[in-house]
Design a protein around this ligand. Structure first.
Ligand SMILES: Nc1nc2c(c(=O)[nH]1)N[C@H]1C(S)=C(S)[C@@H](COP(=O)(O)OP(=O)(O)OC[C@H]3O[C@@H](n4cnc5c(=O)[nH]c(N)nc54)[C@H](O)[C@@H]3O)O[C@H]1N2
Ligand SMILES: Nc1nc2c(c(=O)[nH]1)N[C@H]1C(S)=C(S)[C@@H](COP(=O)(O)OP(=O)(O)OC[C@H]3O[C@@H](n4cnc5c(=O)[nH]c(N)nc54)[C@H](O)[C@@H]3O)O[C@H]1N2
Ligand code: SF4
Ligand SMILES: [Mo]
Length: 679
């Protein structure tokens, strides 16, 4: 037996970007474990990825290209060869382009493979073709990203490893024990070694909240009010850093005059549902800390006023002055500080602008876009028939007889069932790629550890094959993954540009943190912007504030429960649904109600229940516990329809936009829950 250990990089959509060791026996991956030699991810992988040998070797993987034989959506296919599949795809695309122009094509690819080649080159293909352009990520992080950019600028936040210098850690709208396990481990170590307190602000008593020194069960959508309340107290108690405010920030005087008087602790308590004593306690801890690090989550941004919430919290370290201190400040994302030449892969050629399609409005655009309508859709590393809001519309769009749909995925997903052609995708363990973390300052080359299962091919490989058949002559479509990765360094700046290619391509993790000189602001003023002219131009209030959203108020008057959505521990979206062990660990798709709400409805733990609103009804299992608040229904993750009693949660969520970044508003969903049987 030939045994080997290959150093690889986890490509799942996760801030940590673990370095991993794949154990290979006779060409088969038998085990995946954390790499002990990585300074940050430090030898352990999460509970999901410890099972990634099961993911690659899953009997549910698609082995060959498939062509539809039954009606759309029926899931009836026959195997075909790669040549047949690629010929059919490109001859259909060429005919569509000849009749309707390239705008009739849409590439729909997102983040399930985080590798810069396998993620980027699919976009590069459609960019070069001049197709309609996907505004990718609106289902996920464009709201928080835009809110951060309007406040701090397009630049990374605090280095999570600097938490060794922090004297207070605040996890604000993130369940770190689920979604950022290495930061969580490092923060807990600081608590054990140095007594650094951890505060968690979350409407749900998460694993992280249960382990926290102070837990604030905030009402959904009220974070801006809490942050303004803390600012109010900092000013009142003379804990604001006036020198820092004068030197590094813009517009605080207006906030102090016009906004803060509206947010005394008593009013903040009424809005947030928190006790005045807890608000005072948090403000005192924060104001007296020397270096408080706020880990900002995306949780608070998945609703109508989400941008305003994140922006307001991101302003807090400007009042305390903690942005100047190592171990202080705020961390949302880090990727914007890695200045590689991404255009080489993502935009090799093609028009500067075409026609935009918002990622979360896929259903709407498939049904209603005109001149020309979308006639060909290529989905890669994305499962919109489950993960996109208004799933009914998405599925209706995918049923269009005049739409030619190709899905590239390792598994037969709900989306793939609607395809005309399904292509088997290689997993990250079967591909070469370059990675840079989005929640830490690391970059690493990940080597292919095994040959792809069956006839599976990587995103990179398929994008190149399609490009060549479409007659695109750009060099990037004929380079190897490593040659293509080298293109990213041409014209790159900062620590990533200084990486030694010999070490990098040998698989060594490369640290890409800038030297710490305090948080840099890349806003138009070069300062932290309490007042934002950019927001004025977007028609959004330029100052941080908290107001009720009239649409939410109207919905709340109609329906008794608000949706709370959060990642699953063992099922990250749908990417692990091909692993039987993890499916069983997560359990059948479920929702959670507070005992009061369950009692009122005569429902008990383990019941099958019906969740419904104006958009439709779905069926899930019920768990009853007081980790969530009355008036809320928690639905963790998004799960395929086949696993649930019936349907999937995005059947109940609208495709309305957030206030900033045109992001998704899953949590601006109101509904009711009743017994399943009576429906
Ligand atoms: N209601 C509700 N909906 C949500 C959210 C929520 O909180 N609530 N969260 C949103 C967020 S944050 C996100 S990021 C999205 C995620 O939604 P999606 O981007 O759709 O993510 P996944 O479900 O992970 O699906 C990715 C698909 O990619 C496939 N895949 C994995 N690796 C590869 C590969 O290397 N190549 C190819 N071609 N395919 C691959 C997987 O098998 C899977 O079918 O969902 C969003 N939807
Ligand atoms: N295990 C696992 N890991 C994942 C994922 C996964 O699905 N599973 N998904 C990956 C992806 S694509 C993403 S985008 C990231 C997401 O990661 P993040 O968005 O950074 O944070 P989450 O851990 O999702 O935390 C969301 C938390 O916010 C809370 N929350 C909801 N509404 C509010 C609110 O109004 N205010 C406050 N303060 N809190 C609120 C929720 O209860 C939840 O605990 O995680 C990535 N990592
Ligand atoms: S913690 Fe994140 S990066 Fe690490 S193995 Fe798990 S999913 Fe991958
Ligand atoms: Mo996401």
């Amino acid at each position: 037996m030939v045994k080997s250990e290959v150093r690889v990089v986890c490509a799942h959509d996760c801030p940590d970007m673990c370095s991993l060791i794949a154990h290979v026996e006779d060409g088969k991956i038998v085990r995946v474990q954390g790499d002990p030699d990585h300074p940050y991810t430090a030898g352990f992988a999460c509970g999901k990825v410890n099972r990634d040998a099961d993911l690659v070797n899953s009997p549910e993987r698609i082995k060959t290209p498939l062509k539809r034989t039954g009606p759309k959506g029926s899931g009836q296919f026959k195997p075909i060869t790669w040549d047949e599949a690629l010929d059919e795809i490109t001859s259909r695309w060429k005919a569509i382009v000849a009749e309707s122009g390239p705008l009739a094509l849409l590439g729909y690819a997102y983040s399930a493979h985080q590798g810069l080649m396998n993620r980027g080159l699919v976009n590069g293909l459609f960019h070069a073709l001049g197709a309609s352009r996907l505004l990718a990520g609106t289902v996920c992080d464009t709201c928080c990203e835009t809110a951060w950019e309007m406040t701090v600028g397009p630049i990374g936040g605090a280095d999570p490893e600097d938490v060794v210098h922090s004297d207070l850690v605040i996890s604000w709208g993130a369940d770190l024990a689920a979604t950022n396990v290495h930061f969580w481990a490092l923060a807990e170590e600081q608590r054990k070694k140095r007594g650094v307190p951890i505060v968690v602000i979350d409407p749900r008593r998460t694993r992280s909240a249960k382990a926290a020194d102070l837990y604030l069960p905030i009402r959904i959508g009220t974070d801006a009010a809490l942050a303004l309340g803390i600012m109010h107290i900092l000013v009142r108690d003379k804990l604001a850093d006036r020198d820092y405010i004068a030197r590094q920030t813009l517009g605080f005087d207006k906030v102090e005059r016009e906004i803060l008087p509206k947010f005394p602790p008593q009013r903040v308590a009424e809005i947030t549902g928190l006790a005045v004593a807890d608000i005072e306690k948090l403000a005192a801890m924060y104001g007296k800390a020397r270096a408080a690090m706020i880990r900002l989550g995306e949780g608070m941004t998945r609703l109508t006023h989400g941008g305003q919430a994140l922006r307001t919290v991101a302003l807090l370290p400007g009042v305390s002055g903690h942005y100047a201190v190592r171990g202080g400040g705020a961390l949302l994302l880090t990727a914007a500080s890695c200045d590689l030449n991404y255009a080489a892969v993502r935009r090799p050629s093609g028009p500067a602008a075409t026609r935009n399609v918002n990622h979360l409005r896929l259903g709407e655009e498939l049904l209603n876009m005109k001149d020309p309508p979308i006639r060909a859709l290529y989905v890669s590393a994305n499962n919109p028939a489950v993960t996109c809001p208004e799933v009914h519309k998405v599925r209706k769009g995918l049923l269009r007889e005049d739409l030619f749909t190709v899905v590239h995925d390792p598994f037969m997903t709900d989306t793939a069932r609607y395809a005309d052609i399904v292509l088997p995708a290689a997993s990250y363990l079967e591909t070469d790629d370059l990675y840079r973390a989005y929640g830490a300052y690391w970059m690493q080359w990940g080597r292919q550890a095994a040959r792809p299962q069956g006839e599976a091919r990587s995103n990179f490989d398929v994008a190149q094959a399609l490009a060549r058949r479409m007659g695109l002559g750009d060099r990037i479509f004929s380079l190897s993954p490593q040659e293509a990765a080298r293109e990213l360094f041409k014209g790159a700046t900062g620590p990533a540009a200084a990486a030694d290619p010999a070490k990098l391509f040998a698989g060594e993790p490369v640290h890409i943190a800038h030297e710490f000189k305090g948080q840099i602001f890349k806003t138009p003023s070069g300062k932290l912007e309490f007042h934002s002219e950019q927001l004025v131009r977007q028609g959004v209030s330029p100052l941080p504030d908290w107001n009720e959203d009239p649409v939410e108020v109207a919905e709340a008057a109609k329906w008794p429960l608000r949706l709370l959505t959060a990642p699953g521990y063992f099922q990250a979206h749908t990417a692990f649904s091909g692993v039987d062990f993890l499916r069983r660990r997560e359990g059948k798709p479920f929702c959670v109600l507070h005992p009061t709400d369950a009692g009122k409805r005569g429902l008990k733990n383990g019941d099958e229940v019906r969740l419904f609103n104006d958009r439709g009804a779905i069926g899930l299992m019920l768990q009853v516990n007081d980790d969530i608040q009355p008036g809320v229904v928690l639905v963790p993750g998004q799960r395929p329809t086949g696993e649930a009693v019936s349907g999937t949660i995005n059947m109940l969520c609208s495709d309305r936009y957030t206030d900033m970044g045109e992001g998704a508003t899953y949590q601006s969903t109101w509904l009711d829950v009743g017994p399943w049987k009576s429906s």
